[in-house]
Design a protein around this ligand. Structure first.
Ligand code: S3P
Length: 171
């Protein structure tokens, strides 16, 4: 008998490498509801990869598309929704998530060394890390974004624990 998610939608926010997709998949399995990744939805809708969208149209265009996709997805449910790391930084997107009925936002707060360990292997799919010094970029993003991420309904301090442990602390 699967447990029932006490919300219509769980929205996972946090920096790249925080484990939103991995954790989101596990939570979706636990609650037996769909997992949706906004990056994947944007790629499907535009028939372009995220790096292609950034390269051809720029970040502002990507953010506008991301906002539309999230607006659409928030009307559905139940589901676990993993957002791209910058989605929550877009004021209109953030307010959309806050105002949507029966939606709970969770910030996955993961220590910087853990993020770096995960991301330095796979920078190619992340246009924001593809240029310049990724360590510096990630520190800069953390400084800018953490105060906003902290506005999520729930903060999970993932520490160095595995995704399995983080899942247990949520469910
Ligand atoms: C971004 C994070 C990415 C993706 C895009 C921009 C960001 O998603 O949306 O590359 O601004 O932090 P993930 O957080 O899933 O890697």
């Amino acid at each position: 008998q699967p447990t029932k998610l006490p919300f219509r939608i769980l929205v996972l926010v946090g920096l790249m490498g925080a484990g939103k997709t991995t954790l989101g998949r596990m939570l979706a399995q636990h609650y037996n509801i769909p997992f949706i990744d906004t990056d994947a939805e944007i790629e499907k809708a535009s028939r372009q990869s995220i790096p292609e969208i950034f390269a051809k149209h720029g970040e502002a265009h990507f953010r506008a598309g991301e906002h539309r996709v999230i607006r659409r997805l928030l009307k559905n449910g139940p589901c676990i929704l993993a957002t791209g790391g910058g989605a929550w930084m877009h004021p209109q997107t953030r307010s959309l998530i806050h105002k949507a009925p029966d939606v709970c936002s969770i910030w996955l707060h993961v220590p910087m060394p853990v993020l770096l360990r995960r991301l330095l292997h796979n920078r190619g799919s992340r246009p924001l890390l593809a240029q310049g010094d990724p360590v510096e970029t990630l520190h800069r993003l953390a400084t800018m974004r953490y105060p906003r991420y902290a506005e999520a309904d729930i903060i999970i301090d993932c520490g160095d624990e595995s995704v399995e442990q983080a899942t247990q602390s949520i469910t």
